[in-house]
Ligand binder design. Structure first.
Ligand SMILES: [Zn+2]
Ligand SMILES: [Zn+2]
Length: 253
């Protein structure tokens, strides 16, 4: 009982410190991370660059894959891409508000591979905006687990870093232990389309705590949707009620 109270208090303190850190950026001189124009704002992105972000508006309502113009008509009845019509994925939705294109891809690169925290905070703000405007009933936030060797080499695991802070902003419980890797994955970049889809099969195990829960599953980018699908299979097999994927960007097919 006491430990639960202590945890709630610790979480409230963390939330306050985090809010203070965010607001402090208003008074600190900064610059737009895209065009380098000097600015003082809570967010390091000027209004002109914000307006030019590549939005993922015309996409499959299930996997958020951008639909080419020709396909938009064909799939307009269902709002689904051809793959989701044939083989619906295990997740219930993907929220991926931006396309994996400039400058979102560069921001992700700077955060993931150069550990630029300012880019991380900007991505965090964009993710926060995306779920703030979506009515969702959620019980917890989980994350696609990283590969230990890669985390060691890079120094941080981008989805976990984002999830810890997003959970504080959203007042959600972050449960990193509810989804774990069972084996090391071959890098998806080295594989063909079919091998990419099957590569993460059986690579995740979910905790029994997910039973009956509505979960938000965070990853940085959704490329084929295979990782999100197989992670959701593991969560659903343990009885998760709903799995919504949240990613900063979606790669076109
Ligand atoms: Zn700018
Ligand atoms: Zn789809």
């Amino acid at each position: 009982m006491l430990s639960t109270k202590a945890k709630v208090l610790a979480n409230k303190i963390k939330q306050q410190v985090f809010r203070l850190h965010r607001h402090s950026r208003v008074w600190l001189p900064g610059e737009c991370l895209v065009c380098a124009q000097p600015l003082s704002s809570e967010r390091d992105l000027c209004s002109a660059c914000t307006a030019q972000l590549p939005q993922n508006n015309h996409c499959c309502r299930l996997c958020a894959e951008p639909l080419p113009n020709l396909l938009q008509e064909e799939s307009s009845h269902s709002g689904l891409c051809s793959r989701c019509r044939k083989n619906p994925p295990a997740f219930d939705a993907v929220i991926a508000p931006w396309l994996y294109a400039a400058p979102v891809d560069q921001l992700l690169w700077r955060f993931k591979y150069q550990q630029q925290r300012t880019a991380g905070y900007l991505l965090l703000d964009l993710l926060h905006d995306a779920i703030h405007s979506t009515p969702l009933e959620l019980d917890a936030l989980v994350v696609i687990p990283g590969q230990r060797e890669r985390i060691r080499a890079r120094g941080l695991h981008a989805p976990t870093w984002l999830a810890q802070r997003l959970a504080l902003l959203q007042g959600l419980a972050f449960q990193p232990s509810w989804l774990q890797s069972t084996r090391t994955l071959t890098s998806q970049q080295e594989l063909g389309r079919k091998a990419r889809w099957l590569n993460p099969r059986g690579a995740f195990k979910a905790a029994t705590e997910v039973q009956g829960k509505h979960l938000l599953l965070l990853d940085d980018v959704v490329t084929t949707g295979a990782t999100a699908h197989w992670a959701s299979v593991a969560l659903k097999q343990q009885g998760a009620r709903e799995v919504v994927i949240l990613a900063a960007a979606r790669t076109p097919a």
